[in-house]
Design a protein around this ligand. Structure first.
Ligand code: NDP
Length: 293
């Protein structure tokens, strides 16, 4: 058996195209252009690339992009002041502070300072609380992308046995809560889980977010299961250089699974597309409109 490859790039392009249509409609009917502010502190090269890609795709969707590149030495007070200004600006609908932040700045204090209704990363305690309570709020982008990709395989996720490996605030926990909201039966596994291989083998839908290259082997996967691999790991390549791999041993898993996301080209592209979707959601909610389908 060879699994169907879930094309995250194509799905993300489809979502971005739909967002561009909705943005144009919002502009035409309400005179509002959704605006996303992205704040980068320091010069981490990977974060630099993410911020550039976010800004480009924001503009391509017809939204306004406001970028702030600030020095590594920035004080927490100065960043809190900027967040206060962005919270007050009517042309800014979403605010994203790129993590990680330098050690003198508490990410918890910064994330909590962002107005919950502009929290496009879904990490403000109020939005975290809404998700935990099963209520509507802004949801973290990568988990949202995982659920959208799973729905390209399963018309309904209802009743599926799901195992999420990883319990981070950013990915594992929110993806588990979203899937619970889809009426899945969810198990959350982590570094202290006993017999991880047999836990994984119970899953109709296996979501892996651990940050360990190719940890989940083909033999851990139930035949025909859907596998969503969130991991992004850079490893040495034969013959020099590096390459990206996921948390799942793709070559083995593809022989057992029914459908699987590749790395790169799976969950990764969905993250920015979902960031744009959240920015549009913020703009629509500000206008008192329902959230676009
Ligand atoms: P974290 O390091 O915050 O969390 C990792 C989780 O994996 C923890 O809950 C940890 O368990 C668990 N874990 C670690 N080792 C094992 C093990 N041997 N067995 C079982 N569980 C284990 O990582 P993130 O959630 O932030 O990210 C996970 C991966 O996803 C990374 O590769 C990251 O790069 C990628 N990522 C990709 C994104 C995308 O856009 N595609 C976005 C965000 C992340 P415990 O809690 O017990 O320590």
């Amino acid at each position: 058996m060879t699994a169907r490859i879930i094309d995250g790039k194509a799905e993300a392009a489809r979502l971005r195209a739909q967002i561009a249509v909705d943005v144009a409609e919002l502009k035409r009917d309400h005179g509002v252009v959704p605006g996303l502010a992205v704040v980068l502190v320091g010069n981490d090269p990977a974060s630099e690339v993410y911020v550039r890609n976010k800004a480009t795709q924001t503009r391509e969707a017809g939204m306004a992009s406001f970028e702030y590149r600030l020095p590594e030495s920035l004080s927490e007070h100065a960043l809190l002041e900027l967040i206060g200004e962005l919270n007050a600006r009517p042309d800014v609908h979403g605010i994203l502070v790129q993590l990680p932040l330098p050690p003198q700045i508490s990410s918890e204090r910064i994330l909590t300072a962002i107005a919950p209704e502009k929290d496009v990363d879904g990490l403000h305690p109020i939005n975290v609380g809404y998700l935990a309570a099963g209520k509507a709020g802004l949801v973290p982008c990568t988990p949202l992308g995982c659920v959208i990709l799973a729905k390209t395989v399963h018309e309904s996720l209802q009743g599926l046995d799901v195992v999420v490996v990883g319990r981070s605030v950013l990915v594992g926990r929110p993806v588990a809560q979203l899937l619970l909201g889809e009426n899945c039966t969810v198990t959350i596994a982590h570094s202290q889980t006993r017999d991880l291989p047999s836990t994984c083998r119970r899953a109709d839908l296996l979501v892996v977010a651990v940050g360990r290259p190719q940890m989940v082997r083909g033999a851990w996967i139930k035949p025909g299961a859907t596998v969503i691999d969130v991991g992004i790991n850079r490893v040495p390549k034969d013959g020099g250089g590096t390459r990206l791999v996921g948390d799942v041993a793709f070559d083995e898993a593809v022989e057992v699974a029914g459908a699987i996301t590749p790395v790169p080209g799976g969950v990764g592209p969905m993250t920015i597309a979902c960031l744009l979707a959240n920015t549009l959601t913020c703009a629509r909610l500000r206008l008192g409109l329902s959230v676009a389908a």
